[in-house]
Design a protein around this ligand. Sequence first.
Ligand code: ADP
Length: 619
Amino acid sequence: MKIEKLKILYVDDEASNISVFKTVFNRHYHILTAQSAAKGLKILEQHPIRLIITDQRMPNMSGIEFLKQAKQKWPDIKSILLTGYADIEVIKEAINDIGIFRYINKPFDFREMKSTIDGALQLYQLDIDKNKASIVLKEKANKFHNIFKFINDVFIRVDNDGFIEMISPSVYELFGYKPEEVIGKGLKVFMNEKDRNNGLLQIKETGSSNNFETDLYTKDNSLLHVLINSRMQRDEDGIFLGIEYLIRDVTAFKLQQNTLAEHELKLKRFLDNAPVGIALNNMQGKFIEVNREFSRFTGYSVNELNNLSYWDLTPDEYHAQEQIQFDSLEKNNAFGSYDKEYIHKNGHRYPVLLNRVKINGKNGEALIWSAVQDITKQKKAEGTIEIKKAITLLESKNKELEQFAYIVSHDLQAPLNTISSFVGLLEEECKDKLGDNADIYLNFIRQSTKRMKSLITGLLEYSTIGSKRTLEKVNCNELLSLIEDDLQVLIHEKGAVVTCEGLPEIQAYPTEMKQLFQNLIGNALKYSQPDVFPIIHISAKKQDDGWLFKFKDNGIGIDEKFKEEIFIIFQRLHNKEDYEGDGIGLAHCKKIVELHKGEIWVEPNPNTGSVFYFTIKTN
Ligand code: ADP
């Protein structure tokens, strides 16, 4: 590589001087020459000249004048002035004014000239380097300054004796001190001793401190909450030089943090005590946060829920519908309210009411807030209302039916009486004229009217049960005696034994209670086993809200499958030839028991026969 020679301008009005100079120094430098100052200025315009060597005495413009002009435009250029002895005083002044590197008396020694030239060129290079370095330094300082201005942190350097030797200007904004007020002082200007020692301890142990949190005093004695990062400074040999601190004011942040924490606590308390379930899910349905109520009605603990997805609580058949809701959530950001079911931890299902909103999480991710209400109670209440409504309807329908049954049975009685009266007359007055079969026919008519009469009477009685309602004291032992009196012929005929135990005195409808006892005992006698003496045992037991009665017989018993049927009106298990009856008795019993807000049912007697139970409510 060809090394470019440094450019030197030689100006002299004597052509012979120029050619000598050129001949001697051309080997070392790139010499440009001019015979006048004006020509020299032109060359300066065209070439990057580092050094000017000029004669002082020249026509038109002196060397000093020429250098003055040149230096104004190119201040970095070095210069050597060639003088005669007579010029010395003028030159001494000019040296300082213009900054001439050196002056040399003519005629000069070439070796001296060479070393002067080299010295001037070296200085030129040094100046350039110095300038560059100072620019870099200035830039760095600016950056440093800007950073501190921007972050508002305070930078402090403390020397190895613990005195502040450097501090950033931001100390004024933060602490109210000008740098000169604290330089040379100890850190106790800002810090109490305890914190100072704690901080120092940390630095001594680890060589630095990371986000050391403490309070510092400002000039007007108020406290700033700060974070301190510090680093011990040592030289290459490990000698302790001092400590650098970077102090960040976090008072406002801390205050904000405290307020935020307070708000968060309030919100958490509010959410936890909310009577509605609240859950936060990601868009895949995974639980991120739930409140207490949500955990209560799902049966899962908060921790368990954090490992579950919303889909784990949703029954399969709701999945398709749920997906649609999720899709609409993406578009509309909210949906609800709508009903669905959840699966409880223990497996059962229950109804819930949902509202959902899409929100953005801390990192901008989409999340879902759900407000979920367990509506089991409401649904039950709705159900109860429905049932109550149905009962009221049924009750009024029953009333209508009873009314109808009463009218029909009552009105049928008159024509039936007419038929039986006329059959009687026919028998008495026309028997002989009616032919051989008349007796049989008339007998059929008589039997049928009798049966119809008993059906109508039964129906009439059934429809009037409880119509004259007055609760009275009923002594069940006395009631039983009365019935035994009424049934004494039958009891005697059958050789039956009727026993009783613990029968109470109760508030009841007396006529209906007698009918109830009579029907049950009557059936026990009627449905006895052939050739077996009926044994009927009647007992009662006190219960919380009334009495439980028991009528036990040793009769033919009732097949399990007819247990319910026998209480329906006109339902019979036997035909008339085997056992007399209309199938009204037990329907009667049921109606009477229900009138007393009780229930009636039958169980088999373990030793053949049946046991009829009924309850009577007394409060
Ligand atoms: P009825 O006795 O007029 O047939 P009930 O309504 O009194 O009507 O009885 C209905 C049916 O229940 C009877 O037909 C009978 O089959 C059965 N039953 C009632 N009481 C007894 C009893 N103590 N033992 C066996 N069967 C009975």
